[in-house]
Design a binder for this molecule. Structure first.
Ligand code: SF4
Length: 367
């Protein structure tokens, strides 16, 4: 059943000015006129409206030229409203069975390794897709077409898992619109499916959404020393761990996501400490259902060049040619990942640490 999204949404906290202080709404006219567009507009009544023909290729926001010095400002002060044109669920098989069509794109946070903005340039702020009814309707039909899951896999033994956040962070998206609330509400009514998203932000408003076990939140974790350097504008690791039990109690399935794992001197010691921190900071209910995905760092030559312009210290960690190899991606970019032997050794070390320090934590997959 498709809920009537705009009508059933709970109240939302006002986003704090540190992360979001929206001054400009770049809006496709159709998106602005829609109920969801009007809801976002009402949240930022003083923002200047700038009509745009498309949410793509907005010169003053996207691309890297001229934006390197100011993109934290762009991420803080600008928001885009658009209509999602093509609706497809893509097969995945790792984090989820399917990648759901995005309900947003871009992010207010600024992780140095983030691949999300690769198509718009790294200064991309959040774009909210306003045709949420169509997206929820499409997903409902897709879920029904699959029928029950007959063969358990590592994504989930029973439910078809749909990743909602491939191109954004849903916890922050929920600060600016009810799209995420509508999706959680919709999945609540689909017993053969489950929503899932990874997040680096604790948004306690999500605790009120009553997901009834049909949404999996994957809190992304890494040692604090790495996070302080790489995860800019995100919730500190300690606070992410401290939120886990509350999300379990609120009816979410909560997993963790060790991503990206960065190999550097002393990394094993710091990950062991993180596992202790996670074990000490969470209760039995979380541990009984906990699982993790491990994703070793992948980087990108173009992103490396961009980062040198604004955050070169991050590149001391991320760019390690002596232990990395390059591979051209389908889109023609040079992606960089750890050499096969380094990666295999890294995965072995971390899974052994988990077995020793957090034996209650199931490794869903390591990549
Ligand atoms: S939170 Fe996720 S989407 Fe946002 S910048 Fe970090 S990696 Fe990218």
């Amino acid at each position: 059943m498709t809920a009537s999204p705009a009508a059933q949404s709970p109240a939302r906290s006002t986003p704090g000015p540190r992360l979001l202080d929206i001054r400009r709404l770049w809006a496709e006219p159709e998106a602005l006129a829609s109920p969801r567009g009007q809801q976002v507009r009402a949240l930022f009544p003083d923002a200047e409206i700038i009509p745009v023909a498309s949410h793509w290729n907005i010169d003053r926001l996207h691309g890297n030229a001229g934006n390197i010095d100011r993109w934290i400002r762009v991420k803080t002060e600008d928001l885009v409203l658009g209509v999602k044109k093509s609706l497809t669920a893509r097969e995945n098989g790792r984090s989820a069975d399917w990648i759901a069509p995005s309900t947003s794109n871009g992010c207010a946070m600024a992780c140095a390794y983030c691949y999300v903005p690769r198509r718009k340039g790294y200064a991309n702020p959040i774009t909210v897709f306003t045709n949420i009814d169509k997206i929820v309707g499409y997903l409902g039909r897709h879920v029904r077409r699959q029928g029950p899951k007959k063969v358990p896999n590592q994504c989930d033994p029973q439910a078809w898992v749909y990743d909602l956040g491939e191109n954004s962070d849903c916890s922050v998206d929920a600060l600016v619109s009810d799209n995420v609330a509508d999706l959680i509400t919709a999945f609540r009514a689909w017993p053969t499916a489950k929503a899932s998203f990874a997040t680096k932000y604790v948004n306690r408003d999500l605790l009120d959404l009553d997901p009834r076990g049909r949404t999996r939140i994957r809190f992304s974790l890494m040692p604090e020393a790495d996070s302080r350097l790489l995860d800019l504008r995100t919730t500190p690791i300690r606070q992410r761990i401290a939120a886990i039990d509350d999300f379990v109690a609120a009816g979410y399935e909560v997993h963790v996501n060790f991503s990206p794992v960065v190999v550097r001197p002393g990394w094993e010691r710091d990950w062991a400490e993180l596992l202790e921190q996670l074990g000490d900071g969470t209760g039995a209910a979380f541990k009984a259902q906990a699982a993790v995905e491990i994703i070793m760092l992948t980087h990108n030559e173009q992103l490396h060049e961009v980062n040198l312009g604004w955050h070169p210290k991050a590149e001391d960690l991320l760019w390690q040619p002596a232990v990395q190899q390059a591979k051209r991606s389908g889109s023609g970019m040079w992606n960089v990942r750890y050499r096969n032997n380094v990666k295999a050794a890294g995965v072995d070390t971390l899974t052994a640490l988990i077995a020793e320090r957090a034996p209650w934590l199931t490794v869903r997959y390591a990549f």
